[in-house]
Design a protein around this ligand. Sequence first.
Ligand SMILES: Cc1cc2nc3c(=O)[nH]c(=O)nc-3n(C[C@H](O)[C@H](O)[C@H](O)COP(=O)(O)OP(=O)(O)OC[C@H]3O[C@@H](n4cnc5c(N)ncnc54)[C@H](O)[C@@H]3O)c2cc1C
Length: 368
Amino acid sequence: MSVRLELPGDDDPRRQAIRAWLAAHPSPSGRELAEGGWVVPHWPRPYGHDADPVFQLIVDDELAKAGVRRPENPIGIGWAAPTILLAGTPEQRERYLLPALAGEEVWCQLFSEPDAGSDLASLRTRAVADGEGWVVSGRKIWTSGAQHAQFGILLARTDPDAPRHQGITYFICPMTSPGITVRPIVDMTGLALFNEVTLDEVHLGPELVVGRPGDGWRLAKLTLANERVSLSSGGVLWGRGPTVGDLVDQVRASGGVAGPARDRLVRAWADGQVLEQLRLRLLAARMAGQAPGPEASVQKLAADRHGQAVLRLAKDLEGPAGTVAEGDPVWQHGFLFSPALTIGGGTAEVQRNVIGERVLGLPRDPEA
Ligand SMILES: Cc1cc2nc3c(=O)[nH]c(=O)nc-3n(C[C@H](O)[C@H](O)[C@H](O)COP(=O)(O)OP(=O)(O)OC[C@H]3O[C@@H](n4cnc5c(N)ncnc54)[C@H](O)[C@@H]3O)c2cc1C
């Protein structure tokens, strides 16, 4: 049975409220969207509207219909700002939240280190108290967008004698601080999407600690739980980018395809249909007020694999047959980025371990 989403119609007062706002702000700036509470409608006022999942979907729907896009600042809006909202001081909230939500100040995430990725709690970057604040030294890696960011959220070890999940502190790190070196890493897409960041005796004042010293691990996990419900999805690059339907359209427009490639195309389309039903089911559950269940972990695993299959197929259909134009930048970039799908945001192996233990109730894998 297919799942469909029924959103309230034109006469819903929430729909009318955002339409009235859009009529008054036909081409809103990031700042106007942030001040209007439309960037994070699920947040409390004054930043949001305390929106439940249905209201969030209505806002997405109306913004999409009006052709209005929210500011691009994924780490700032998705990670840094919710943590500062929950655990920051009033001064931190006043200083950082609106510029982040408006996309005026871009943030990066200084968590992973050369020897601390999946096992993040083994991070070694040290922050030592010097009476006036903290002196931070260490090396971070795979920091997306660090070369463009004004601030980073930084995890550093402040108490090396504490058990490893304790003794970690969550800092706001101004990226222009003396002692910070950002070295862009060109990956195989040809772009420098992420960076190596070295911190050499970087001084961070006490006002840059979020929450209590030693509470960084709890805060990092808390941020991850801050989920917004979104209508937009379907793209094979973590919900963005082209879809399997786009590939089918291109193949159809170029006269079709035969043989094994046709089988792969149909199979990928069928998998895409299953994933779409799963996505809608998750959305419907959220609209009914239910917490995300095991479907969420299953969806990440399946969607990343599906993305890799679609992008591989698009690549295979390039070339002499010209089914998909050779070097089409969308597919080309997607294909070259696709190995990252099963690494970033938690590797597929780690996801499978999580499902094995928490969903299937298997004993911990002694080899993991
Ligand atoms: C596109 C992209 C953007 C990123 N952006 C950022 C960013 O902005 N900020 C940031 O801090 N980090 C970022 N990362 C880093 C990302 O969080 C890490 O790559 C990820 O957590 C994996 O860590 P690792 O690379 O150190 O691999 P490792 O943890 O060293 O893993 C190596 C291999 O061992 C496997 N493995 C590890 N532990 C287990 C286990 N317990 N059971 C089974 N298998 C295991 C893994 O699955 C993997 O195959 C980004 C990564 C990518 C790909």
